[in-house]
Design a binder for this molecule. Structure first.
Ligand code: SF4
Length: 347
């Protein structure tokens, strides 16, 4: 079998525990998604990632706590103030507790994101964290997905029980968003300074992005020492300014997820690799995080994403089973065998 010699060297080095650097990642991303080389890098990423964690995956949940027209005005997001069609909303106590219960009643959720807008009320957010902390019986970790914040805010979150933060300096930050890239990076450093983990992502990827842009964006999380990394393609959210720019295929997304997985698996801080939207292709490309979502979702024009784009816990379990994972892990890293019986009992 003939494959590109440089790729063979990159993959041999990965099996020896060495992750590819920027130039080698660019080399891997330059292959067509249908090439033999692309299929092989996806297979090797899967083999290395699954070999390193007993073929386990995790499920993360997300509750969108509120929606208001957002001054971030991101061209890819359904909440941007100049184009949103969603009505303002804030989750009620009853609804919040019902969603919490739904996510955590079987104690197989690894972590739960609580999501607010770019501008948010810290007291409201901390209040939801405290309520969640009281109500969650199992081992699910609490995670934050909020706008730019300072170290003091993150310290308060940590005190209340949050362990990690999703925060990203997105592709095109400052040009397709109204936000300052430097502030995004400062926020990520502030979360680390407060003792929180950073969950990063190469996002939102569109067909127009160059390999150099993808590599630069991917290495932001790597150089900060992220705990999770991921790849996300841009969804053509109806009504959003960037909807007309098209979309990469899930096969190309899988190839990019494989490069992210290979570039990060050797980092001492790294634990799991995500892919958005979740697909079986992503899970045979090195990814091992599935995300269940409810409430508002920036990639969805519907107010209740679980009725449209968002997957529920049962759908996540099934997709991970179909992708060949043998265990799912709880928030304390303990393992649950992922069998057909388990799926049937928890559907
Ligand atoms: S992606 Fe975040 S910052 Fe941008 S418009 Fe949506 S909620 Fe606001």
């Amino acid at each position: 079998m003939r494959i590109d010699k440089r790729l063979r060297n990159i993959l041999d080095a990965a099996y020896a525990g060495l992750s590819p650097g920027r130039a080698d990642c660019a080399h891997m991303l330059a292959f067509d998604e249908n090439s033999l080389e692309s299929q092989i890098m996806r297979a090797v990423a899967t083999d290395i990632v699954r070999g390193g964690n007993d073929n386990s995956a995790i499920i993360l949940g997300q509750i969108g706590l509120e929606m208001a027209p957002c001054p971030g005005n991101c061209g890819f997001c359904s909440f941007g103030k100049d184009h949103t069609s969603l009505a303002s909303y804030r989750v009620s106590d009853e609804d919040f507790v019902a969603k919490l219960t739904d996510f955590t009643k079987d104690d197989d959720l690894y972590g739960l994101y609580l999501m607010c807008m770019h501008e948010y009320d810290l007291d409201f957010f901390l209040d939801r964290v405290k309520l969640a902390k009281k109500r969650i019986k199992g081992s699910a970790q609490l995670l934050a997905n909020v706008g730019d914040s300072d170290t003091d805010a993150f310290s308060e979150m940590k005190k209340a029980g949050v362990t990690g933060v999703y925060h990203v300096c997105r592709l095109g930050e400052g040009s397709v968003t109204a936000l300052d890239p430097e502030q995004r990076l400062k926020t990520m450093r502030g979360a680390l300074d407060a003792g929180l983990q950073i969950f990063s992502c190469l996002e939102p990827i569109g067909p127009e992005h160059t390999i150099e842009q993808l590599v630069d964006n991917m290495f932001i999380g790597i150089e900060l020492g992220c705990t999770q990394h991921a790849a996300m393609r841009r969804e053509p959210v109806p009504g959003s300014p960037l909807a007309g720019r098209g979309q990469i295929s899930n096969l190309r997304l899988g190839q990019i997820a494989a490069v992210v997985a290979l570039a990060t698996f050797s980092m001492p801080t790294m634990t799991y690799i995500g892919v958005h939207e979740p697909t079986e292709i992503g899970y045979v490309s090195g990814a091992n995080v599935a995300t269940a979502e409810t409430g508002v979702n920036p990639r969805d024009h519907m107010a209740e994403t679980s009725a449209n784009r968002g997957m529920d816990m049962a759908a996540c379990r099934k997709m991970l089973f179909d992708s060949g994972f043998r265990y799912i892990r709880r928030g304390d890293e303990s393992k649950i065998p992922l069998t057909l019986e388990y799926i049937s009992e928890h559907s």
